[in-house]
Design a protein around this ligand. Structure first.
Ligand SMILES: Cc1cc2nc3c(=O)[nH]c(=O)nc-3n(C[C@H](O)[C@H](O)[C@H](O)COP(=O)(O)OP(=O)(O)OC[C@H]3O[C@@H](n4cnc5c(N)ncnc54)[C@H](O)[C@@H]3O)c2cc1C
Ligand code: SF4
Length: 571
C-alpha cells in the first residue's frame, strides 16, 4: 500500500531540460513544485578529471541502466520486437539534468516551414507531393508565435551564434558571439560560399565567453576541451539544467527535489490527473504524491509509456490510424554524409567543443525546390569539430587493411587529416511507425517496456542520396585528395549510434483527433496534465531538437501558470 504524501501545487515527472525549465518558471511564479527524478543528484564537481573516454563515452557512465529498463524494437509489425540490451542507435538520459548534462549543446530553432509543414507543402507542390501513409500535420502553432520562447531559452542558456541567413526571423541577436572559427571551419565556410551557399556558425550552448543570464546565473567560457558529448562539463561552461534552471528553482525555496524516485503511474479520476505513484528506488517503498497539476517531462519514451500504462488518452491504432498516444514516432536520417582525406593538411581535430562548427541550411526545410525530387524537407549540412578522442577516432580511407601494421600506420596518418561533413536529415512520420507497450518484455518493476516500430522509407533513401552527394561536393570544393560520400541508406538498425533525437508519441496539433496535446502541451482530454518534450513534435526536422523543445517548455510553463489561476482549456 503506497504512503500518501501531502498535496503539492505541481508534481514533475523527470528533471532534465523539460523538468528543470518548468520547475524554475513555476516556482518563480509562486507555485510549490515537487520534482521526481528516477536517477541520482549531480553537480559540476562530479566532473573534475572527467576526460576518460572509456568510462564515459564507451561504457556509458551517465546513461540509463538498460538492465533495469530499456525499449524494444522491431522494423515492422510482422516481426517480434527484441529488447535493446546494450547501447547503440541512441542513448537514454538518467539522473538530475537528464541528457541535458551530457549533450553537445547544438541549439537550433526549427524552421517556419516545420510548424506548418502540411499546409506549406500542399500550397507549393500540391497534395500529391505527400505520399500515401505519410502522416505529416501542422503543429497548431506558427514559428512567429513560438519566437519569443526561442528567445527566452537562448537567453537562459546564453547561446553563442550568428544569424542563420536562411532561418526564421529573430527578434534579437544571440546573447553571446559565435564560437571560435578553426581552420577546418574556415575551409568549410569558404567552400560553401564558393558554391553560393550560406554558411553560419552552429548555434552553441558551450559559451564563447563568460555570460550572466537574466536569472543571474553566471557561467565560464568554454575551454574547447573536446570531452563534451557524453560528458558533463567540468567548467560549468556548457548550459545544462543543473547549472542553469535547477538552482533558480531551488533558490525560490519552493522546489522540492526527490531523486531515486521512479514514477510508475499517473493517477487520475473523472478526467483529471490527481497525482502520481512512484517508488523510492533506494528503499523499494511506494508513495503517492497528490498534486493539482501533473507535468510529464520524462522524455519521449516514458512520456508515452506512462500515459499508456496509466490508461490516459486513446492509444494509437496503426490499423485504423485512429487514437493518438504513440502516434507519429519519428527519428533522424544521418547517413547522407561524406568524409574527405587530405594528404598534406592537418586539422587538430582532437581539440573541439560539443557545438563547434559551421553549417548551411540551403538544403533544409523547403529552402530549395523539391518539384523534381522524391522527398520533402531536407537537412542541415555541417562540419562540426566536437573533439576527436583517441579511442573512437579511427577514420581511414576505403581499401586500408582492417588490421595489422598498415592499418595502424593509416590510423595515425589520417587521425588529423580527415574532415567529416554530415547532414542531419529530417524524418517524416508514417502511419506504420509508432510506439506502444511491448506485450512480452518488462522492466525491473514488472511494467511493460516501450516498443518502437520503425524503419526508413523511400523518402529517407532519396534524402540520403541527395544529401550525400551535396556533402561530397563541399568536400571536393574544400580540396580533399580523396572524397568518400555515402549516398545509400540501409534498413534502420539499432546497434550503431546515430543520434538521440527521437520524437513523437504525444504530439501537438490543433485537433484532438490527430494530436494528444494542444499548443501549450496541455492534454486535450485531461486538462491539468501537461506533457512536455520532443514527444510533442509531429515530425522531426533537419536539426537537433532541444532548442525547439526548450521553447515549447517555456510556452507550456506560461500556460501552466495561467491554468493555475484560471483552470480550463488554454486554447
Ligand atoms: C549524447 C547526446 C548528445 C546530444 N546532443 C544534443 C545537441 O547537441 N543538441 C540538441 O538539441 N540535443 C542533443 N541531444 C538531445 C538532448 O539531450 C535532449 O533533447 C534533451 O536533453 C531532452 O530533454 P528532456 O528533458 O525532454 O529529457 P531528458 O533529458 O531525457 O530528461 C528526462 C528525465 O526524466 C527522467 N525520467 C524518465 N522516466 C522517469 C520516471 N518514470 N520517473 C522519474 N524520472 C524519470 C530521466 O531519468 C531523465 O532525467 C543529445 C542527446 C545525447 C544523449
Ligand atoms: S568543450 Fe567546452 S562546454 Fe564542452 S565540456 Fe569542454 S569546456 Fe565544457
Amino acid at each position: 500500500m503506497a504512503t500518501k504524501l501531502p498535496k503539492t501545487d505541481v508534481v514533475i515527472v523527470g528533471v532534465g531540460w523539460g523538468g528543470g525549465i518548468i520547475a524554475s518558471e513555476l516556482t518563480k511564479g509562486g507555485l510549490s513544485v515537487v520534482g521526481l527524478e528516477r536517477g541520482k543528484e549531480r553537480k559540476t564537481e562530479d566532473y573534475y578529471m572527467v576526460h576518460d573516454e572509456l568510462r564515459y563515452a564507451l561504457r556509458y557512465e551517465m546513461f540509463q541502466d538498460l538492465s533495469r529498463e530499456t525499449i524494444t524494437f522491431r522494423g515492422n509489425e510482422k516481426i517480434k520486437a527484441l529488447p535493446m540490451r546494450s547501447y547503440g542507435s541512441f542513448l537514454l538520459g538518467d539522473g538530475l539534468g537528464g541528457s541535458g548534462v551530457h549533450w553537445n549543446g547544438q541549439t537550433f530553432r526549427f524552421l517556419p516551414y516545420d510548424f506548418e509543414i502540411k499546409s506549406k507543402t500542399i500550397e507549393r507542390y500540391g497534395k500529391s507531393k505527400i505520399p500515401d501513409g505519410m502522416t505529416i500535420q501542422d503543429w497548431g502553432i506558427t514559428y512567429d508565435q513560438l519566437e519569443p520562447y526561442f528567445n527566452k531559452f537562448e537567453k537562459m542558456t546564453g547561446i553563442s551564434g550568428d544569424e542563420n541567413p536562411l532561418g526564421g526571423k529573430r527578434s534579437e541577436k544571440y546573447p553571446t558571439p559565435p564560437m571560435k572559427t578553426t581552420p577546418g571551419m574556415k575551409m568549410f565556410s569558404d567552400s560553401c560560399k564558393g558554391l553560393n551557399y550560406h554558411p553560419y556558425h552552429m548555434p552553441s550552448a558551450n559559451l564563447s565567453e563568460q555570460y550572466t543570464n537574466p536569472d543571474g546565473i553566471a557561467r565560464a567560457a568554454c575551454q574547447y576541451c573536446g570531452y563534451c558529448e557524453r560528458f558533463g562539463c567540468e567548467y560549468g561552461a556548457k548550459a545544462d539544467p543543473v547549472v542553469t534552471v535547477i538552482p533558480v528553482a531551488k533558490n525560490t525555496g519552493k522546489f522540492e527535489l526527490r531523486t531515486h524516485s521512479n514514477v510508475r503511474r499517473i493517477l487520475h479520476k473523472g478526467g483529471k490527473a490527481t497525482g502520481v505513484l512512484y517508488i523510492d528506488t533506494t528503499t523499494g517503498e511506494e508513495y503517492e504524491q497528490p498534486a493539482d497539476i501533473v507535468v510529464m517531462t520524462s522524455y519521449v519514451f516514458n512520456n508515452t509509456r506512462l500515459l499508456l500504462m496509466s490508461n490516459i488518452g486513446k492509444p494509437y491504432d496503426p490499423k485504423t490510424g485512429t487514437g493518438v498516444i504513440g502516434r507519429n514516432y519519428a527519428y533522424q536520417v544521418l547517413k547522407g554524409a561524406g568524409v574527405g582525406f587530405f594528404e598534406d593538411k592537418e586539422f587538430n581535430i582532437f581539440a573541439g567543443a560539443g557545438s563547434l562548427g559551421m553549417c548551411i541550411d540551403d538544403f533544409n526545410g523547403d529552402n530549395f525546390d523539391h518539384k523534381d525530387l522524391k522527398f520533402i524537407h531536407g537537412a542541415n549540412i555541417s562540419y562540426s569539430q566536437t573533439g576527436a578522442r583517441p579511442i573512437q577516432n579511427n577514420t581511414v580511407p576505403p581499401g586500408t587493411p582492417t588490421w595489422g601494421k598498415d592499418y595502424k600506420a593509416a590510423t595515425v596518418k589520417y587521425a588529423n587529416r580527415h574532415i567529416n561533413v554530415g547532414a542531419q536529415g529530417s524524418c517524416m512520420p508514417f502511419r506504420h511507425h509508432f510506439l506502444d507497450l511491448d506485450p512480452t518484455y518488462k522492466d525491473e518493476f514488472g511494467d511493460p517496456l516501450m516498443r518502437i516500430t520503425f524503419d526508413f522509407e523511400d523518402q529517407d533513401r532519396e534524402l540520403v542520396k541527395f544529401m550525400g552527394a551535396k556533402c561530397g561536393d563541399i568536400l571536393k570544393q574544400m580540396g580533399a585528395d580523396k572524397v568518400v560520400a555515402n549516398t545509400e541508406l540501409a534498413p534502420y538498425e539499432i546497434t550503431t549510434y546515430q543520434s538521440t533525437h527521437n520524437t513523437g508519441g504525444v504530439v501537438m496539433g490543433s485537433s484532438p483527433d490527430t494530436s494528444a496535446v494542444n499548443n501549450y502541451l496541455q492534454m486535450w482530454d485531461t486538462e491539468n496534465l501537461f506533457v512536455i518534450g520532443a514527444s510533442a513534435f509531429a515530425h522531426n526536422s533537419g536539426y537537433n531538437p532541444t532548442g525547439t523543445m526548450g521553447a515549447l517548455s517555456y510556452r507550456a510553463a506560461e500556460g501552466i501558470l495561467k491554468y493555475h489561476k484560471n483552470p480550463g482549456s488554454l486554447v
